[in-house]
Design a protein. Structure first.
Ligand code: HPA
Length: 271
């Protein structure tokens, strides 16, 4: 794994991506607006980077974009890798390790998620305060490399207190509704049954999705401060469940993209 990280880092650096300060992962339906705000961009397709998996999901573009935003050097992943695509946990989290080795100090994550908290509405945002890993695997399983991080990383505060506090203040100032809650990561790719939504709600999850947690585990392993915002794309009321389709989920995410972009841009300006 260390060789893979180094080879990917060297390749990316040789393309002029030398000093990123902040990494951003753009989830389903969230890849466009944010990138349009970046200036002087350099773009690399994932499929040309050594050891990067290939994005198999149509709605995930698969590009690494480097540029200036609010006076900072930002490295954005337009599209991510998911466990359900068939890759293992180490493969899907390799880009996070690579971004850390390229020099980022902060990782800002986004995703589209189903909403089990019935006080909230689709289209709203949720700041992830904590998570439940139901992927039944962990990217830290296997040999531990002490140069990357400890064998048993602490998870008492997986989402940075500092970043979450700043985001809460920014949302308040901008009058953007930012719910706070627990995200459960499931394997997918099928959506949940009514009984599964009921179960997830009962165990304390407010939102459910198929990503983010592996990236957060790896970020914590490397002491990389991170935060994550879910765009709530569908209401998962087990007693009143309508069929969802991915086109609708993407459309809802795209509608909320402006709010997410505003929050992250303001956060970047304050870091
Ligand atoms: N379940 C899992 N993943 C999701 C959902 C959902 O309801 N909505 C968006 N991503």
């Amino acid at each position: 794994m260390l060789n893979q990280i180094n080879e990917a880092v060297r390749f990316i650096q040789s393309h002029g991506i030398t000093q990123p300060e902040i990494g951003v992962i753009l989830g389903t339906g969230l890849g466009n607006r944010f990138v349009k705000e970046m200036k002087n961009t350099l773009v690399i397709n994932y499929n040309s980077i050594p050891h990067f998996p290939i994005s198999t999901v149509e709605s995930h573009k698969g590009k690494l974009i480097y540029g200036d935003l609010k006076g900072k050097k930002v490295l954005a992943m337009q599209g991510r890798f998911h466990f359900y695509e068939g890759y293992d946990m180490q493969q899907i989290t390799l880009p996070v390790r690579v971004m850390k080795f390229l020099g980022i100090d902060y990782l800002l994550i986004s995703n589209a998620a189903g909403c089990m908290n019935l006080k909230w509405k689709k289209g709203e945002l949720m700041l992830i305060d904590d998570h439940i890993n139901l992927l039944h695997d962990n990217p830290l399983r296997g040999e531990n490399f002490e140069v990357l991080g400890p064998r048993f990383p602490d998870m008492s505060q997986p989402y940075s207190k500092k970043l979450n506090k700043l985001l809460t203040e920014i949302a308040k100032k901008k009058k953007i509704k930012l719910n706070k809650g627990v995200y459960a990561a499931v394997q997918g790719p099928s959506l949940e049954t009514r009984a599964e939504y009921r179960f997830l709600h009962q165990i304390g999850a407010d939102a459910v999705g198929m990503s983010t947690v592996p990236e957060v585990l790896v970020a914590n392993h490397m002491s990389l401060a991170c935060c994550a915002i879910s765009v709530l794309t569908d209401e998962c009321d087990p007693d009143n469940l309508k069929p969802v389709n991915i086109t609708e989920i993407i459309a809802t995410a795209e509608k909320s993209e402006a709010k997410l972009t505003e929050l992250y841009m303001e956060l970047i300006s304050k870091l």
